[in-house]
Design a protein around this ligand. Structure first.
Ligand SMILES: Nc1nc2c(ncn2[C@@H]2O[C@H](COP(=O)(O)OP(=O)(O)OP(=O)(O)O)[C@@H](O)[C@H]2O)c(=O)[nH]1
Ligand SMILES: [Mg+2]
Length: 354
């Protein structure tokens, strides 16, 4: 049995172990940090267990690939879902209805400073956001702000981290926002096979369905907007993609255009029929009026109109605390790989079919 005869100190920088001299210039035994130890290893020596952990960490570091900054690769998506438990927002809707503009404006607003109740806390897809904002900037040389069309078959994810203004010392909240082309929405509406393969949507915390406000305000295009949304919702219910866990936000985009047109039948045309269709079948639905990138100065509505309340709703403390990680993991520790496979399936299916 070893006896306690080695001079030790609980201050890591004290030389008492090696030279016998106290850091505080006291007689060692008088110092409150001093103690006798039977462990003859110095503080710099690592135990077998520490070495094992360090080796594993180094190995992980060697395998770590820096994100490209563009849309999330599958590997990055797995890393984010595994490490940060993000809130996943899937945005679906007709082509040109303003889906990409929603997420690129969010990025744009956070470049200007705090937005809604939140502060920007980083992104691993800044290049993807910048690409999507480019055409709206003066440097793009365009007279009116615009968003580049999402390529046919694209199903991408963008990442944003934010902190609540009153909880800056707490870890950031991570959000994954989809950037899906309008063609995929059309495909899902028209093909039961395809909509069944979209089980990745079940991992979403919220589904956003965009309804083009500009088209709603025009008698010739209004009916198509409403019919397309209704057909998709019916199919998604039939195929079990939407169920009692689903939260849907219907986003009436380009609200500035609706205001100019003095359109006044939103309640009868949109809210009532969609609410009726989903009544008792999903967890929650809402209708939000948004002008992510209004045509200034026609209406005086600011960039990101309606998006502050949207963000506050997504990130309600309640939802975050109640967020069930098991749903995302499909009840398995390898669940994120299952999701990844679904993700590949969606990608390949979408691309092959377009
Ligand atoms: N007036 C007005 N135009 C907007 C608003 N939001 C987006 N737009 C314009 O609507 C057009 C389509 O927007 P996108 O975000 O590219 O639409 P999308 O749904 O992603 O389209 P796809 O990628 O083709 O599926 C762009 O020219 C935008 O500038 C808005 O709030 N008001
Ligand atoms: Mg788009």
């Amino acid at each position: 049995m070893s006896s306690k005869n080695i001079k030790s100190c609980d201050q890591s920088n004290c030389p008492v172990r090696t030279s016998g001299t106290c850091l505080e210039s006291l007689e060692p035994e008088e110092c409150p940090h001093f103690y006798w130890s039977d462990d003859d290893s110095t503080d710099n020596e690592l135990s077998e267990e520490d070495l094992k952990i360090l080796k594993a960490q180094l190995l992980e570091l060697n395998n770590f690939i820096l994100p490209t900054g563009d849309v999330l690769t599958l590997d990055e998506a797995i890393r984010v879902t595994h490490n940060f438990k993000p809130i996943i927002i899937m945005i679906l809707g007709d082509g040109d209805s303003g889906k990409t503009t929603l997420s690129s404006t969010l990025h744009e607003l956070f470049q200007r400073g705090p937005f809604a109740d939140f502060w920007f806390a980083g992104s691993i897809t800044p290049i993807a956001f910048e690409k999507r904002c480019h055409f709206s900037r003066v440097s793009s040389g365009r007279e009116t702000p615009a968003t580049e069309k999402t390529k046919s078959g694209d199903f991408n994810l963008l990442h944003l981290a934010v902190k609540h203004k009153d909880e800056l010392s707490k870890p950031a909240i991570h959000i994954l926002l989809s950037d899906i082309s309008g063609e995929l929405f059309k495909l899902a509406r028209n093909s039961s096979d395809y909509i069944r393969s979209l089980t990745v949507l079940k991992s979403a915390n919220r589904i956003l369905i965009t309804l083009d406000g500009k088209k709603l305000s025009n008698g010739k295009t209004k009916n198509a907007v409403i019919t397309n949304a209704k057909t998709f919702v019916k199919k998604a219910l039939e195929e079990g993609l939407f169920d009692k866990n689903t939260i849907i936000d219907f986003i009436i985009t380009k609200w500035d255009e609706l205001l100019i047109s003095k359109y006044s039948s939103l309640e009868i045309d949109v809210v009532e029929p969609l609410s009726k269709l989903l009544e008792g079948k999903v967890k929650e639905i809402s209708f939000e009026k948004v002008a992510a990138r209004p045509n200034k100065p026609t209406t005086g509505i600011e960039l990101g109109y309606g998006m502050d309340s949207l963000l506050n709703t997504w990130l309600k403390a309640n939802d975050i605390n109640n967020y069930d990680y098991e749903v995302l993991l499909n009840g398995s520790i390898y669940g994120e790989l299952i999701n990844a496979r679904q993700f590949i399936k969606v990608l390949t299916y979408g691309i092959q079919n377009y």
